[in-house]
Design a protein around this ligand. Structure first.
Ligand code: CO
Length: 157
């Protein structure tokens, strides 16, 4: 599922918004600041974000129009619990998507909202943050993973 890509939404209806509310709940419980449909076994082209306290974004059919700059940031992913790595991504983005009211939005952003958008967008394309890592970073991650397995997931918060 994480690798298979997604299908565009044709109709923003109550069923879709309910599903995205469930995604928001899952994201909060995880806890995380972003969750894409493929991470919950769905091929819908949607994701949700919570990069600012009390503010939730429902992002439908996103497109990246323009990017600028490059920036390294320590990222994690709910599909890879407890693994973090520095990932280089554009620092500024101009994106287009459909919001929960079914309106087409164009937004320019940088900082955490942009970072999270790019990470979740990748999930819709079947791309994962580990794909960006160098061999050295992957080796390091393998060691961390072995440690996590040795200790057991439940003993880590
Ligand atoms: Co992720």
């Amino acid at each position: 599922m994480l690798r298979s890509g997604t299908d565009e939404i044709q109709d923003v209806n109550g069923e879709l918004l309910d599903f995205m509310d469930d995604m928001i709940e899952t994201m909060i419980l995880a806890p995380g600041i972003g969750l894409a449909a493929p991470q919950v076994g769905s091929s819908l082209r949607v994701f949700v974000m919570n990069t600012e306290e009390g503010k939730f974004d429902k992002i439908i059919n996103p497109k990246i129009l323009k990017t600028d700059g490059m920036e390294s940031f320590n990222e994690g992913c709910l599909s890879f619990p407890q693994l973090f790595a520095d990932v280089v991504r554009p620092e500024w983005i101009q994106v287009q998507y459909i919001n929960e009211d079914g309106e087409e939005v164009v937004r320019e952003s940088e900082g955490l909202w942009a970072r999270c958008f790019l990470h979740e967008f990748d999930h819709l394309e079947g791309k994962l943050f580990v794909d960006y890592l160098s061999k050295k970073q992957l080796r390091q991650m393998k060691e961390e993973l072995a440690q996590i397995e040795a200790v057991g997931l439940t003993q880590n918060s």
